[in-house]
Write a protein that binds this ligand. Structure first.
Ligand code: CP
Length: 315
């Protein structure tokens, strides 16, 4: 199966094969190429709803730009201004929106499994734009495309993912995506933020392609890619796992001193939003090695690819 459209939905990286990921990356890369047409009619007549129950700047905006560039109509539901604020359940909201016959709903929700739940009850395509601490597949795909743009191929690349791993849907999707593509992923966090068994997400064809690390030196030495993760204060709950933000930044923040462990041509990534001075020093975030804004640009191209493969004529 080489076309994710046959799946009907994009719920996560876990259910995608290497070939399906490569097919999406190939199409996304073509949309990102210099001179690629910025207006198309591929999805003319299609209606896409973005339904975000959590805040977003990058994912929501780039899905909406992507859909418009492909000629689709886009309806954006701000849940704070919708009837969810009057007590309507998430499922009732989704069923009512589907009654208006959209072709796809792009959904973000704080509860893991929301996109899967909607896919079982709705007929339209469901695209997971982040579900709790489970998956953020379009982020992993745009991250992979950004890495490919700089490194050419994935085979044998050493990718360090650093920071708040405990509730990170970005990390989970990236481990599965990058290891399927041939990278080795080094996961680095304090013990209090390292989920047990997270390296098992990186077992591919019986080979363990992810490893656990507790110091930046261990994780970053000779790394090709360094990806910092946002400290998600909204998911920390009542039990703080970070006692001292300054101490956390000193031990796990990516600085010029930390980057000295990595390869000289290593790139620096972050899914955003960045907490400057916590996950990254400002000089590193703005350095020539940082590809953070390229990730954002690639987000539009990859989301065009996702929408095209799910809803395009060949689907
Ligand atoms: N990376 C990411 O998901 O950013 P937003 O929360 O702004 O969509």
């Amino acid at each position: 199966m080489s076309n994710p459209s046959r799946l009907g939905h994009l719920l996560g990286i876990e259910s995608l094969s290497r070939e399906q990921i490569q097919s999406l990356l190939s199409l996304g890369t073509s949309y990102a190429a210099p001179g690629a047409p910025q207006r198309q009619t591929t999805l003319a007549g299609k209606t896409i709803i973005t339904l975000f129950f959590e805040n977003s700047t990058r994912t929501r905006t780039s899905f909406e730009i992507a859909a418009r560039r492909l000629g689709a109509d886009v309806i954006s539901i701000a849940t704070t201004a919708s009837s969810t604020a009057k007590g309507e359940t998430m499922m009732d909201t989704a069923l009512n929106l589907e009654a208006m016959a959209p072709d796809a709903i792009v959904v973000r929700h704080s509860k893991s499994g929301t996109a899967h739940l909607l896919s079982r009850h709705l007929q339209c395509a469901i695209i997971n734009a982040g579900d709790g601490q489970h998956e953020h597949p379009s982020q992993a795909l745009l991250d992979a495309a950004t890495i490919a743009a700089h490194k050419g191929s994935f085979e044998g690349l050493q990718v360090a993912i650093v920071g708040y791993l405990q509730h990170s849907r970005v990390a989970r999707s990236n481990v599965m995506c990058l290891t399927k593509l041939g990278c080795h992923v080094r996961l680095c966090a304090p013990h209090s933020l390292m989920p047990a068994g997270m390296d098992e997400l990186g077992v591919v064809d019986g080979q363990r392609r992810a490893s656990l690390h507790y110091t930046l030196q261990d994780a970053l030495t000779d790394a090709d890619v360094v990806m910092a993760l946002r400290v998600q204060t909204e998911r920390l709950g009542d039990t703080p796992r970070i006692a001292d933000a300054a101490a956390y930044a000193a031990q796990y923040g990516i600085s010029a001193r930390a980057m000295a462990f990595a390869k000289p041509d290593a790139i620096i990534m972050h899914p955003g939003p960045v907490n400057r001075g916590v996950e990254l020093t400002a000089d590193i975030a703005d350095s020539s090695r940082s590809v953070i804004l390229e990730q954002v640009s690639m987000g539009v191209a990859m989301r065009m690819a996702i929408l095209h493969q799910l809803l395009g004529a060949a689907a």
